[in-house]
Design a protein around this ligand. Structure first.
Ligand code: ARG
Length: 582
């Protein structure tokens, strides 16, 4: 349990001893530092309960507080705010306990099994800027959940089902009609067939085919037929589909790898298809499927709805299943394979209606136990200066790969390291670039849109990934330089700056618990910036390596080590890698 929680529990007892039963005490960092480090506001809520003046309650509590020698400077402000300060001795002892086991000083909730659905890339299409936030946030949530003790599976839920694949195959057929995949009489082994198509070709083919299908009804019809053939596993078309997925997946994986985003599961929508029969039976048995103009739908509207809630389209009038249905089947698949307690959907906020329909339909049919939590973790868009989703200079869709290259170039310009090979420089610049891109992406509350400002994001000063990395590497380098000094622990806090750092470190568990609740990384990015800035202020004012007072020097090095550990933990949760130098 975290120290802050231990103290809160102790305070609950203090209140009890003073004659007041309170459910929870919430020690808050004070907003009047001159009065104390923390404030306790519970006297107000108790005043109502006990029909007493809050100040009188505060006075009773203070008498008890004074018996505990880890508290100092105990006072009452205004009508009943209790201010307290933790003694330096107590803080020092706690910091030394945390050092080396930062993750033991966090409040782990009851362990849970969670599937996180994030990324959502589509086969045969390039990842674009719209995929960035899902990847960044999902990866960070996955890491945070693991630190908090959850068992987690990150699933990319590849878009590999439906018409786009039919369109791509049709266009390939037009380009290479003689490929054995299209020859009904082919008896050979498809795995030996060389496909004359690269991932770049695929990314060109899809938009082309999509445009054609909008202009040419016959073309569209042919694509529909091919889609059905793939879905019915007709051998040539099905084998070609597998090859396309393989090519596309390799490229998608490369881009995610370069973002330091990794999946435990590379399932696609198509992997849920084997569960559709079971799913349909559940809906039929419960009489939830309604015929509607040749299609089948599920009513999901509720009486309390303020806005219209259209029914979920289960089977389209042409007989094929919808995007909603693949999501429902995926819930069934996840239940069978992982029996999760929670499923988190880290998806673009613009798909909220889709997700809400799916959740409601899933609940209606009781696809999962009522206590299984299905959570939509929607996010806003990354926009350009014009307030619209960020685009290329000529107004086209910005691929994720080009975006990363853009930021790479920007950071490369700012890396001043000499005596490095080009390769080393590139590798450092890439890590810094990803740090800038991720950190800036995770600063705003997840639900809000933000504007991509490359110069601001890549800046070495200010609230940026570069600043955090640079400062953290400097801590490491200080510790490396101090290698010969056998420092043991923190002996004292010698300045207000050090005390501020100590209090921030004590507050880490609160930040992590809050983040797990909100599923937005802004608390962590803020915290990292605060702690790093506090440390840098301390660093600027003290010459650690030249310090002659051994108590001071040891304490400062031990404090540096602790800040470094906390930073590394949080940087890692954000899915950012720290280069050796920069
Ligand atoms: N591939 C989808 C798209 O591009 C996103 C998938 C999101 N995840 C989900 N379970 N629906 O729109």
């Amino acid at each position: 349990m975290s120290i802050i929680k231990v103290i809160n529990n102790e305070l609950k007892n203090v209140f009890k001893n003073a004659g007041y039963d309170v459910e929870n005490i919430n020690l808050l960092p004070s907003n009047r530092k001159d009065l104390g480090d923390f404030q306790i506001n519970e006297a107000f809520q108790l005043a109502k309960q006990y029909g007493k003046n809050p100040r009188a309650i505060a006075e009773d509590v203070v008498k008890e507080l004074e018996k505990d020698d880890k508290f100092t400077n105990i006072n009452i402000a205004g009508p009943g705010f209790i201010n307290i300060t933790l003694t330096n001795e107590f803080l020092v002892e706690q910091l030394n306990n945390i050092s080396g086991n930062v993750v033991d000083n966090i409040d782990k909730p009851e362990s849970k099994k969670v599937v996180i659905d994030f990324g959502g890339a589509n086969v045969a299409k390039a990842l674009h800027v719209g995929h960035l936030r899902s990847a960044n946030l999902g990866e960070a949530l996955k890491r945070l959940a693991r630190v908090m003790g959850y068992t987690v599976w990150g699933d990319t839920h590849l878009g590999d089902y439906g018409r786009p694949l039919g369109l791509v195959e049709l266009e390939i057929k037009k380009m290479y009609p003689d490929l054995p995949f299209f020859d009904e009489n082919y008896e050979g082994d498809y795995s030996e067939v060389e496909l004359p198509i690269t991932n770049d070709d695929l990314e060109r083919i899809y938009p082309l085919a999509s445009t054609k299908s909008k202009e040419d009804e016959a073309y569209l019809e042919e694509a529909r037929e091919i889609t059905a053939k793939i879905q019915n596993k007709e051998k040539g078309y099905y084998e070609l589909w597998k090859k396309i997925i393989e090519i596309s997946k390799a490229e998608i994986k490369k881009v995610y790898d370069s973002l330091n985003v990794h999946y435990d599961l590379w399932y696609g929508e198509s992997d849920a298809i084997p569960y559709v029969d079971e799913l349909t039976k559940i809906y039929e048995d419960k009489n939830l499927l309604i015929d509607s103009e040749g299609a089948k739908i599920v009513e999901v509207a509720e009486e309390t709805d303020k806005a219209p809630m259209p029914p979920l389209l289960y089977i389209k009038s042409n007989g094929s299943i919808s995007y909603e249905t693949t999501d429902l089947a995926t819930i069934l698949q996840r239940k069978h394979e992982f029996d999760p307690d929670e499923i988190w959907y880290c998806i673009d906020g613009r798909q909220e209606l889709h997700v809400e329909q799916v959740f409601r339909a899933a609940r209606k049919a009781e696809l999962v136990r009522p206590d299984v939590k299905l959570e939509f973790i929607g996010f806003g868009t990354m926009n350009g200066q014009d307030g619209k989703p960020f685009k290329t200079r000529d107004g086209g869709v910005m691929t994720l790969k080009s975006l990363i290259e853009l930021v790479n170039e920007e950071t490369l310009k700012r890396i001043k390291l000499e005596n490095l090979s080009d390769e080393e420089k590139q590798s450092i610049a890439h890590k810094v670039a990803i740090a800038c891109l991720k950190y800036s992406d995770l600063i705003p509350y997840r639900g809000t849109d933000y504007i991509f400002e490359i110069e601001k994001f890549a800046d070495l000063e200010g609230k940026t990934g570069s600043y955090i990395l640079y400062s953290t590497i400097r801590m490491k380098s200080l510790l490396n330089k101090a290698e010969g000094i056998k420092f043991d622990k923190i002996h004292n806090l010698f300045s207000e700056d050090e005390k501020e750092i100590a209090l921030t470190i004590l507050n880490l568990p609160v930040v992590l618990s809050k983040t797990l609740e909100t599923k937005s990384m802004n608390e962590i990015t803020d915290y990292l910036y605060k702690l790093t800035s506090q440390y840098n202020k301390f660093y600027a004012e003290n010459k650690v390596l030249l310090e002659e007072n051994q108590d001071k020097q040891f304490s400062w090095l031990a404090l540096t080590k602790l800040v470094y550990e906390v930073n590394c933990l949080l940087i890692d949760i954000l899915g950012i890698e720290v280069p050796d130098k920069m």
